[in-house]
Design a protein around this ligand. Structure first.
Ligand SMILES: [Cu+2]
Length: 282
């Protein structure tokens, strides 16, 4: 049923054509003159994208309809055009219609909205669980025991010079990316170490608050390889804008190779693990 929203892809195409000439939305990062959301690479992100496009069409039609009514009122019902005003004050049919039609529109919007909410909130069975902790002002990540024995690392933003040198986007690139395999369900456990942060990657379709003392969870399953960038999405202090998130989706083989490197590069967590695997059951 979710797929029915793919019909709105037709509308997106129409919308895209009407803005021909402007840049396409970038994969995993924003692009100059971008129209619409970043390219979705998960089921949830596609749903969000299609839903957003459908809503833009609905509000556009409603706005144009109201504008047409206003123009009709201005043109037809002024003293010059209509010197003797009608004394009609009620019209039962019209009143029922302008109550019922908005209600039906809202119900029509609510149904896919709740379906999307269910898709986001109900955690599927995890293939990998990763814990992300928001700190002032960087993210740290922890992989559990079942991933090369468990390890943790910090992820800081690269300086503008380093990012340019590495041919990566400034203000988004980080020193240590989170690496995950393609087509695997990744459950994220998100927590704040000091203040409230928010863990968000638009192309992967999640945003989850990182709150001290509370373990929030969300998930994604990336369907395309690449590096997907996000940013802290809660005002968390002076360097709020400088704690980006970079998630690299790679093949299963490349992930296995990365795990071997990560095991020797990063601090082991064996014996002091804080990722709670049991909490990931649906
Ligand atoms: Cu933050």
């Amino acid at each position: 049923m979710t797929r029915s929203w793919n019909r709105t892809a037709l509308f997106s195409t129409a919308l895209g054509l009407s803005f021909a000439g402007s840049a396409q939305a970038g994969v995993g990062q924003p692009t100059p003159w971008q129209i619409g959301l970043q390219t979705p690479v998960t089921e949830v992100a596609s749903f969000i994208n299609d839903f957003h496009t459908a809503l833009v069409w609905i509000i556009s039609v409603i706005s144009l309809f109201v504008l047409a009514l206003l123009v009709a009122v201005v043109v037809k019902f002024n003293e010059k055009a209509n010197p003797v005003p009608s004394r009609t004050t009620h019209h039962t049919g019209l009143e029922i219609a302008w109550t019922l039609i908005p209600v039906l529109i809202l119900v029509g919007i609510a149904i896919p909205s709740f379906r999307l909410l269910k898709l986001q909130v109900e955690l599927p069975k995890a293939d990998i669980t990763i814990k992300a902790t928001g700190n002032q002002w960087y993210w740290s990540y922890e992989y559990p025991k079942d991933q090369a024995g468990g390890f943790k690392f910090d992820s800081y933003m690269l300086t503008r010079e380093d990012a340019v040198k590495a041919n990566q986007p400034a203000l988004l690139a980080v020193d240590n990316e989170v690496v995950v395999p393609i087509n695997k369900t990744v459950v994220l456990q998100v927590v704040g170490a000091d203040v409230i942060h928010s863990f968000s990657v638009p192309s992967l379709g999640f945003r989850m608050d990182a709150i001290p003392g509370r373990l929030n969870q969300t998930w994604f399953k990336a369907e395309r390889e690449g590096v997907y960038y996000g940013q802290c999405s809660r005002l968390c202090g002076q360097n709020h804008a400088f704690m980006p998130i970079a998630i690299k989706v790679v093949s299963e083989q490349a992930y296995a190779e990365w795990l071997t490197q990560a095991k020797s590069k990063f601090a082991s967590t064996s014996g002091q693990e804080s990722v709670k695997l049991a909490a990931t059951a649906p």
